[in-house]
Ligand binder design. Structure first.
Ligand SMILES: Cc1ncc(COP(=O)(O)O)c(C=O)c1O
Length: 469
């Protein structure tokens, strides 16, 4: 069954879509961008032409021409009586992965596997026979892994017992489990703007109403807005990345950690601190974990960025009674974390300092190379240099990054347009560029961006309000 995208939602996701060139073509291109980056999928039904023309304030002819173009290009199927349904050329399902067949894929903020990873897999294979007498369904996590994870919090000054840890299939799974446990229909969730896109996917799949917590490279977290939102709307949960925030690379300072946890505690808002990026320190140094300020903070962790995305091991650190609720919800989603990967993770946790040092080295090299290339080839872009994380969050000033993504794609480079990281089509002028790539790949990518940026040109965009929805 196809689900209808309302005219209001489409207008919101399109944001400031109008740039130079015929309106119908820009509109068709922008719908394709949404399909490319996963905000729309094949099977979604587009609104009627009249409704969309009203919502966008353009003529019906413009919308009809945009739909006709999408149809001609194979992105829309129109059946009389049942509207226009998005499709992918060649009958593929889902959204159109940005990286399809492209030489350079800058869509993921990930890093290559830790060099010691293959040896850890081999060692785990030797240990595996000892575990085969067990039924293999593991919903809470191997005791030795939970101990190692708890010890990593102890080492950061946050006393943790293994029974406060549940091992999950990556942090994304942990977030889905937590959302299913903490969120009830009708409630609100406070989320950073910009944020990690798949967190937005998780919250919209739950039908959540989202409140924005603005984060900017210039002034960090907007604490006044956060405190106001929490006091006024008492969201059931707030999702944030206090350490090397994805995409900006910023860290929440110590006073703001204290202020935010106090505000959340007063209103009963559960703060979910996603620490997937917390071990990606280049030159910042340690800060106290958010959970050390309040017992009401739930923390997500992962080995995905430090060891390898393909390992798929993450965890939740939470009060025992909350973990018990998560455990009751878990069987509807999965029946446990694979044992072999947990053995690998246990071995890797012994190597934590070495993994962090190795990562810092690679990230520093990538960050400095990319910053240098951008300064040389696209000096007009405003680049804030982060002290950790995996990416630069660039203010291009006037470039529509949706148009840039389409043009770059034609040259073999996949990038994610800024609005994928926000609500309401915000951040059209922003671009996230991950830097954990080889220098020659970064150089090639920046060359393409410099070329297409001049071609796409610039247009003074009016940024939409960071509205509460
Ligand atoms: C902030 C953040 N949270 C969660 C995830 C997902 O982590 P995992 O691969 O452990 O599921 C990512 C991965 O990109 C991320 O950047």
């Amino acid at each position: 069954m196809s689900s209808l995208v309302t005219a209001r939602r489409l207008a919101r996701d399109l944001g400031e879509w109008r740039t130079a060139g015929p309106a119908y073509r820009t509109l068709a291109d922008r719908v394709r961008v949404l399909l490319m980056d996963g905000r729309l999928s094949s099977g979604h039904r587009l609104p009627a032409e009249r409704e969309l023309s009203q919502a966008l304030g353009v003529s019906r002819t413009t919308v009809a021409a945009a739909y006709a173009k999408l149809r001609d290009d194979g992105y829309l199927l129109s059946v009389r009586g049942s509207g226009s349904t998005l499709a992918l050329p060649g009958g593929q399902r889902g959204s159109q992965p940005l990286e399809t067949g492209l030489a350079l894929d800058f869509t993921k903020a990930t890093a290559p596997a830790y060099p010691g990873l293959a040896a850890a897999y081999q060692q785990a294979a030797e240990q595996l026979p000892r575990y085969l007498g067990h039924d293999g369904f593991d919903m809470t996590g191997l005791p030795e892994l939970r101990e190692a994870i708890a010890a990593s919090y102890d080492a950061r000054g946050l006393r943790t017992s293994p029974d406060q840890i549940m091992v999950t299939i990556g942090a994304q799974h942990a977030l889905s489990l937590l959302t299913a446990t903490l969120y009830s229909p009708g409630e609100r969730i406070l989320v950073e703007q910009p944020t990690y896109p798949h967190a937005l996917d998780t919250f919209s799949a739950a039908g959540a109403r989202l409140l924005a917590l603005p984060v900017s490279a210039e002034s960090g977290w907007d604490m006044a807005a956060a405190q106001l939102q929490i006091r006024r709307s008492a969201p059931s949960m707030a999702f944030l990345m206090p350490d090397f925030h994805n995409p900006t690379g910023l860290s929440l300072d110590v006073e703001d950690r204290a202020r935010l946890t106090a505000a959340a505690q007063r209103e009963g808002t559960v703060l979910v601190a996603d620490e997937t990026t917390a071990w990606l320190d280049i030159d910042r140094g340690p800060l106290p974990p958010l959970a050390s300020f309040s017992g009401q903070v739930v923390t997500l962790g992962s080995l995905g960025k430090l060891a390898w995305g393909g390992l798929r091991i993450g965890w939740i650190r939470a009060p025992r009674e909350l973990l018990a609720r998560v455990l009751r919800n878990r069987p509807s989603m999965d029946l446990g974390t694979p044992l072999f990967e947990q053995l690998v993770a246990t071995i890797l946790m012994r190597d934590l300092p070495a993994m962090m040092a190795n990562r810092a080295l690679g990230l520093r090299r990538g960050r400095d190379t990319l910053v240098g290339l951008l300064a040389e080839h696209i000096p007009q872009w405003e680049v804030h240099v982060p002290d950790g994380g995996l990416s630069l969050w660039i203010n291009t000033g006037t470039v529509s990054t949706s148009a840039l993504a389409l043009a770059a794609r034609a040259e073999g480079l996949a990038i994610v347009p800024g609005p994928r990281f926000g609500l309401d089509g915000a951040f059209e002028r922003y671009l996230r560029l991950p830097f954990a790539y080889q220098s020659d790949q970064l150089a090639e990518g920046v060359q393409i961006l410099a070329d297409v940026a001049t071609r796409v040109g610039s247009s003074p965009l009016r940024m939409p309000l960071q509205a509460v929805i």
